[in-house]
Write a protein that binds this ligand. Structure first.
Ligand SMILES: C[S@@+](CC[C@H](N)C(=O)[O-])C[C@H]1O[C@@H](n2cnc3c(N)ncnc32)[C@H](O)[C@@H]1O
Length: 212
């Protein structure tokens, strides 16, 4: 059977996302789009959060799915010192420009880009997150704290995606996620997805809808 025309996901969105530096690949783009659009069609409405935005490649996909009255919160250490530093560090303003180039008419007032270590991230008290992406520090202590931060704000039906689960170079990610799953009965694995060319998987954890 002939494959259907890939349509705007590949011909329109992928080049705009791919123009931003980063490791988020086409599989990730498809997986995020599926989860985010399924939430929207299921009536799950809330904020979007990312720990570790780098230049904004994965954040651009979050921004594309932002619905009316939803907010996008991004946090990154940017130029603050890190044990495992990233070269080519952008500024928050450069990240905003990358998002604005990829997502025409993105409302500036609904996007927050914070320069902070994730353990100093403060979100407004009315934050209710429907989708979080944890892609900051990859050591166990940081991932543990980032999981706790996202879980604090994640609404029932919300999903958090953790980068580099089961990556051989980042055992701390796997350790922290497994501990979290052992201690949090209201979360289950929604998807455990490998991505073409990547050693680590993205693990998608969902908070059960009936859990308050
Ligand atoms: C792999 S990159 C993120 C890539 C991005 N999510 C994407 O897919 O386009 C990881 C980012 O996490 C940030 N980071 C690392 N440790 C952090 C920490 N403790 N707090 C905040 N940001 C951190 C780094 O500055 C870097 O920009």
């Amino acid at each position: 059977m002939a494959l259907p025309n890939p349509g705007p996901l590949l011909t329109g969105v992928a080049p705009r996302v791919g123009a931003i530096p980063g490791w988020f690949n086409l599989d990730d783009l498809a997986h995020f789009s599926l989860v985010l659009s399924t939430q929207t069609t299921s009536g799950i409405h809330g904020d979007l959060l990312e720990i570790g935005c780098y230049h904004g490649r994965s954040a651009a996909v979050l921004a594309m799915h932002l619905q009316a009255d939803e907010r996008l919160f991004l946090a990154d250490a940017f130029d603050l010192p890190l044990d495992d530093p990233y070269g080519d560090t952008p500024t928050p303003e450069q990240v905003w420009q990358n998002l604005a180039n990829a997502v025409p008419n993105l409302p500036r007032e609904r996007v927050s880009i914070k320069r902070a270590y994730s353990n100093n991230v403060q979100l407004p008290p009315d934050t209710r997150v429907r989708f979080a992406h944890i892609d900051g520090g990859h050591d166990a202590a940081t991932v543990r704290a980032d999981l706790a931060l996202c879980a604090r704000y994640l609404m029932p039906g919300g999903v958090m995606a953790i980068d580099d689960y089961a990556h051989p170079q980042y055992p701390g990610v796997t350790e922290a996620v497994n501990e979290f799953l052992d201690s949090q009965a209201s979360f289950h694995i929604l998807a455990d997805l490998n991505r073409s060319g990547a050693l680590g998987r993205k693990l998608y954890l969902a908070r059960m809808r009936e859990a308050a």
